[in-house]
Design a protein around this ligand. Structure first.
Ligand code: WTA
Length: 629
């Protein structure tokens, strides 16, 4: 990127990487810097539009930005139909392996056919453009088919991560007012079965909007099927109504594509809304350049489709690029810690994109497991979800990438829809830094007043230019959208992260500055965990904080005040942990629950989590002038 010598531990791009790269990245940076709208418009032209846009960016009603105004398209058309009309028709779109070792693959032709059939099923159930459909399953192909079928007919999909449980699912069904729920009977997880349908039955008792439930048979375990409401996916998919073709809805570029719930600073999870046009251009472009996608690549994003990483880089990004996406159902270490390495060898995976928590989790089993396998097909590696510690970075680089695969450490969010800070293959790397903003983006680190801080000073990470895959709003709550992201500094998007920039302009993410906890890369809000705790009859008040953890990055620690009449016991603490698991999901189960007599609060009654955290870490709690006592 720059000729000058960089400071610190630097890995300069190797010649074979530069020779292979499909774009000269300096040219991209230069072009985008001069004309970022022109840069995105040029990329958009590589995709199909039924009607071309007449304006790239409409910023007349900030922060409600609009992209590709007047354009008509459909992301599902660009993911499937656009390829089935070319030589890619018989190319593999998706290769899937189940936890038990079975494997299925879908060509672009087959994936389009299945999607059309399912879109017809949805239509026959009365699903129309703008209706919401919730999907709740493990990592199985039907999830991808379901998402694409919704997009095809203009329905808005809302995927709920299969690791969430009753209350989390109920809240999301209720808030989205979903008409249809697509659920699997169960999911395999480390050899055990997660009873998804049973969890959904309980959630549905609390949610009134759902008219039909479509059940995908994955485990074959007995489940309850409610007459008149529940139907088997495989039975509907062979009916004559499920024809092989299904007309495509021409969507306005700004029409919603999906909503995805994520945790924020306060209160209930919020549904981030993404659109057909801008999101499509953003995910297509970022994947193409950052992971240098080539025609014969097999790209493996090991995230879950229930989170934004899976939406953008298992489903939409790879298909828009006509690549082959690989999806694996199970856990990295099941049945043995070589499972991933075995599959890289078996399928000849070229690009592996995962999270630091997974890398750390695999690293602790040592080098012998990966060394038993031929990983020479790998060309690029990626990381996402939380800062990667240099030790894990070096292990990933040496033991997995054999010092020939650069690591793309991508910083982004559910809200941004696409990579924001990330290297490209030609950028020199520093372990632990995502390097610089993607072309066309201006970002900064600012102080309380919104002024840029000096190199190496910590501050708030902000985004100064709009970008095509940006969230458009929070579903049903435009005020919260404005308040949360755009009110602290007018004209700047507030990410909620703190960071610093070094003397070379490289960004180093420090972590969240709000009440979001990243556990194993999963984003959880303190409010969700606390409200699950207080919904237990014994709990009067609760506070949750994240504390450092070797593998998970952060672990949840809770402080609980019991109601009168309840006494502290190990049994009760275990019951509370299980209760959080049942309401929110296993990932939210606190590592530790401490029963306390009081919690530090401000005079207005807000719990001061920062004080709890400082105390737990043995640090100075800072300014206590607002503390009540
Ligand atoms: C964190 C995940 C450091 C960050 C795509 C952000 C990261 C939050 C990185 C969003 C990274 C994501 N380095 N931190 N490469 N990537 N984060 O919405 O705190 O689940 O704000 O999106 O994850 O989490 P989300």
């Amino acid at each position: 990127m720059s000729e000058k010598q960089l400071s610190g531990e630097v890995y300069y791009p190797k010649q074979h990487v530069l020779d292979h790269a499909n774009a000269k990245c300096q040219t991209l940076y230069d072009f985008a810097q001069k004309d970022y709208q022109g840069f995105w418009a040029k990329e958009a032209e590589n995709l199909h539009w039924f009607t071309k846009w007449n304006k790239v960016l409409d910023d007349s009603n900030k922060p409600f930005y609009k992209w590709f105004v007047g354009g008509k398209t459909n992301i599902a058309y660009n993911c499937l139909d656009a390829h089935t009309q070319t030589f890619r028709r018989n190319k593999l779109a998706l290769i899937w392996e189940g936890e038990k070792g079975e494997s299925h693959s879908y060509s672009y032709f087959a994936l389009r056919r299945e999607t059309c059939r399912f879109a017809n099923v949805l239509k026959s159930l009365g699903v129309k453009k703008g209706d919401r459909v919730t999907l709740y399953m493990g990592r199985i192909p039907e999830l991808m088919i379901g998402m694409l079928a919704c997009a095809r007919i203009g329905a808005i999909h809302s995927v709920v991560y299969g690791g969430f449980s009753v209350e989390a699912l109920h809240e999301r069904l209720e808030d989205s007012q979903s008409k249809v729920l697509i659920v699997a009977d169960g999911a395999y997880q480390r050899g055990k079965i997660v009873p998804l349908k049973q969890i959904a039955d309980e959630a549905l008792q609390r949610a009134a909007s759902v008219e039909s439930v479509l059940v995908v048979k994955r485990t074959g375990e007995p489940i309850n099927m409610e007459a008149g409401r529940d139907m088997w996916y495989h039975e509907l998919m062979v009916l004559p109504i499920a024809g092989n073709t299904c007309s495509i809805e021409e969507m306005d570029a700004e029409d919603p594509l999906f909503m995805l719930y994520t945790s924020g600073t306060t209160g209930k999870p919020k549904a981030i809304l993404h659109t057909h046009g801008g999101y499509m251009v953003g995910t297509y472009t970022t994947l193409k350049y950052v992971f240098d996608i080539h025609e014969d690549d097999r790209f493996w994003c090991a995230a879950d489709p229930g989170w934004i990483t899976g939406h953008s880089y298992i489903v939409y990004g790879p298909l828009l690029n006509g690549a082959t996406s690989f999806m694996y159902e199970g856990a990295p270490t099941h049945p043995y810690p070589n499972r991933w390495w075995q599959m890289i060898e078996k399928y000849g995976i070229n690009i592996l994109y995962t999270a630091p928590t997974a890398i750390r989790g695999l690293m602790r089993f040592g080098d012998a497991w990966p060394n038993r396998h031929d990983l020479s097909s790998l060309r690029l590696l990626g990381s996402v979800g939380e800062p990667i510690n240099p030790e894990a970075w070096r292990w990933y680089y040496k033991t997995i990438g054999k010092e020939k695969c650069p690591i793309m450490d991508t910083w982004w969010q559910t809200e941004t829809g696409m990579f924001m800070i990330s290297p490209m293959p030609c950028v020199p790397l520093k372990p632990g830094s995502g390097t610089k903003p993607f072309p066309g983006l201006e970002m900064d680190i600012v102080d309380e007043e919104g002024k840029s801080v000096k190199p190496n000073e910590e501050g708030f990470l902000v985004i100064k230019t709009p970008w095509p895959a940006m969230l458009r709003t929070i579903w049903n709550d435009p005020d919260r959208y404005v308040n949360q992201y755009w009110s602290k500094y007018p004209g700047m998007y507030l990410t909620g992260d703190s960071a610093r920039k070094d003397e070379d302009g490289y960004y180093w993410i420090i972590g969240r500055v709000d009440d979001v906890i990243k556990v194993s890369g999963y984003r959880l809000g303190t409010a969700e965990i606390e409200s699950a705790l207080v919904s237990h009859p014994s709990v009067a008040e609760a506070a949750a904080i994240g504390l450092p953890h070797d593998i998970k990055g952060n672990a949840i620690h809770c402080f609980v005040i019991l109601k009168a009449g309840f006494t502290k016991s190990d049994k009760l603490i275990e019951e509370l942990r299980q209760h959080v698991g049942h309401e929110v999901g296993p990932i939210a189960k606190p590592e530790l629950i401490e029963i306390v007599e009081s919690l530090p609060k401000t005079r207005s009654g807000k719990i001061m989590r920062r004080v709890l955290k400082a105390r737990a870490l043995g640090l100075d709690p800072g300014n206590l002038s607002t503390l009540e006592e």
